[in-house]
Design a protein around this ligand. Structure first.
Ligand code: SF4
Ligand code: SF4
Length: 419
C-alpha cells in the first residue's frame, strides 16, 4: 500500500460500486460530462475512481477528490441507470472519506463545516444572520455595494450576494393552524432551515394551501435543518445529529404526513431510513395524491416548470407539480428545454464550483430566452435562488416562483371574487 492510499476509513460502499456494469447509458444525462467530455467527470468514471480508492489502487487526493467535488450530486445518472446503481449514496460515502482523510483544502473544509453546523444547522444563529441580511437589503446598502462594485474586491462575497433573493418577512406560524371548512386530515409541516427565513412567503403559501384544502397543520417548534447540505459535503456525523433532532421533534402518530416544500429536504428526509422517512411527502406529491379543490381565481400566465433534481431524480416526482399548476385557470404550462437538467445550484455547489455552476445557469437562461414564459416555477430553494440570480443578471422579465406560490395566488384571487 502506498502512503497516498493509506488510512482508508471504509466510508465508500465498495459492494455498491460493483453494481455498475460500465454500460455508459448514464453519460449523456450527466451535466459535468456534457460540459467537459472527460470520462473521469462522468458517473461511470467517478464510480471507477471510487472503486480504485476502495481497492487501495488509487490515491484519494488529487484527481479523485477533485472529481468528487465537481460532481453536482444531481443524480440524473440514477434515473438513467438500468442497473439501479445508488450513485447518490456512493457519492456521500466518497465525500465523507475525503473529509475523514483530509484529502481537500483544510481551510475550505473547516470553514464549510463551521458554517453548515453553526449557521445553517442552528436556527437561532441563522435567524440572526438573515435578519442582518434583511437589513442590508432594506437599508439600500446592498444596492450601493452592487452599484459601486465594491463587492468584487471579495469574489466569494460577490457570488453569495448575487444569489440573495429579495428576502420576504420570516414565516413564524402558530404551533397548530386549524383547517378551513370541512376537516380532511392533519399534517405536520417541515418548515426547513432556509425556507422560513429567506422564503417566508412561500412557507406561508404552503400552510395556506393546506388549510384551504381541509388540513389542520401542526408545526413542531423543535424541528430544524434536515442535514442534506451537511451529508452532501461529507459531514455524515453532523447530518445525523440534525436528523436525530427531527426524529424527536415530529410526532410519529396522529398525522397523515410530514409535508415538505423543499425538494432537497424531502429527498433527504425520505432516505433517512427511519420512522420519519415513511411519513414524508413533498408538498406537490401530497396535494396531487389527496386532490385539491381547484382554485377559481384566474392567473393569465405562461408558466415554465423546471424539475428540481432531488424531486425528479431523488424522488421520481415529475407529474404532480405540473398537474397542480394545470388546475389554475388561465395558466398555460410551456415546455422548458432542458427542464430535467441541473441548474447548477446543487446545495452550496454554486458557491464552491463557480465556473461549472455558471455554465449550467447559462443554459437555463438560454432556455428561458427561447421560451419567454412569464413565470419560471420550481420547488427547491437552491434552484429558486440560482435561476432567479441568472434571470436578474440577464434582465429577463421572468418571475421565479415555487408552484405553491402560484396556487396560493390563485386562491387569493378567488377570495377577491367572492367579495
Ligand atoms: S450526480 Fe449528476 S453530475 Fe454527478 S455523476 Fe451523476 S449525473 Fe453527473
Ligand atoms: S448507467 Fe449505471 S451501470 Fe451503466 S455505466 Fe452508468 S452507473 Fe454504471
Amino acid at each position: 500500500m502506498s502512503d497516498a492510499t493509506a488510512g482508508a476509513s471504509g466510508l465508500i460502499d465498495y459492494e455498491a460500486t460493483l453494481d455498475c456494469v460500465h454500460c455508459g447509458l448514464c453519460l449523456p444525462s450527466c451535466p459535468t460530462y456534457q460540459e467537459t467530455g472527460r470520462e473521469s467527470s462522468s458517473p461511470r468514471g467517478r464510480i471507477y475512481l471510487m472503486r480504485g480508492v476502495a481497492e487501495q489502487r488509487l490515491p484519494l487526493e488529487g484527481l479523485v477528490a477533485e472529481e468528487m467535488q465537481l460532481c453536482l450530486g444531481c443524480r440524473a445518472c440514477e434515473s438513467a441507470c438500468p442497473a439501479g446503481v445508488r450513485y447518490g449514496h456512493l457519492l456521500e460515502g466518497a465525500r465523507a472519506e475525503i473529509d475523514a482523510r483530509g484529502a481537500r483544502g483544510r481551510l475550505r473544509r473547516l470553514s464549510e463545516r463551521f458554517l453548515l453546523r453553526n449557521l445553517v444547522g442552528r436556527r437561532g444563529s441563522l435567524r440572526g444572520f438573515v435578519a442582518g441580511l434583511r437589513l442590508y437589503q432594506r437599508s439600500r446598502l446592498q444596492a450601493f455595494m452592487r452599484k459601486s462594485r465594491l463587492l468584487w474586491l471579495l469574489p466569494p462575497l460577490a457570488r453569495a450576494d448575487a444569489l440573495l433573493p429579495r428576502i420576504s418577512s420570516p414565516h413564524r406560524p402558530p404551533a397548530v393552524v386549524p383547517a378551513l371548512g370541512r376537516r380532511r386530515g392533519r399534517v405536520a409541516f417541515f418548515s426547513g432551515c432556509l425556507m422560513p427565513e429567506l422564503f417566508g412567503a412561500t412557507n406561508a403559501a404552503t400552510v395556506e394551501v393546506l388549510v384551504r384544502n381541509g388540513f389542520e397543520v401542526v408545526v413542531p417548534e423543535k424541528q430544524g435543518c434536515c442535514g442534506a447540505l451537511q451529508a452532501h459535503c461529507g459531514d455524515l456525523r453532523g447530518a445525523e445529529r440534525l436528523r436525530e433532532r427531527n426524529r424527536l421533534a415530529f410526532p410519529s402518530e396522529g398525522i397523515d404526513a410530514i409535508v415538505v416544500n423543499s425538494a432537497g429536504c424531502s429527498a433527504s428526509l425520505k432516505e433517512c431510513g427511519d420512522s420519519l422517512s415513511g411519513a414524508v411527502r413533498d408538498i406537490a406529491e401530497f396535494l396531487a395524491d389527496v386532490g385539491i379543490e381547484p382554485p377559481r381565481g384566474r392567473l393569465e400566465l405562461r408558466v415554465a416548470y423546471d424539475d428540481p433534481c432531488h424531486l425528479l431524480h431523488g424522488q421520481r416526482i415529475a407529474d404532480a407539480p405540473r398537474a397542480l399548476m394545470r388546475q389554475i385557470p388561465g395558466v398555460e404550462l410551456v415546455d422548458l428545454p432542458g427542464h430535467s437538467d441541473c441548474c447548477g445550484a446543487a446545495g452550496i455547489y454554486n458557491l464552491t464550483q463557480r465556473r461549472m455552476a455558471s455554465r449550467l445557469q447559462d443554459r437555463k437562461i438560454e432556455a428561458l430566452r427561447r421560451t419567454r414564459p412569464d413565470v419560471l416555477a420550481t420547488g427547491n430553494p437552491g434552484c429558486l435562488m440560482q435561476i432567479a440570480a441568472g434571470v436578474r443578471r440577464a434582465r429577463l422579465p421572468v418571475e421565479v416562483l415555487h408552484p405553491i406560490d402560484l396556487l396560493a395566488r390563485a386562491y387569493a384571487k378567488e377570495s377577491q371574487l367572492d367579495f
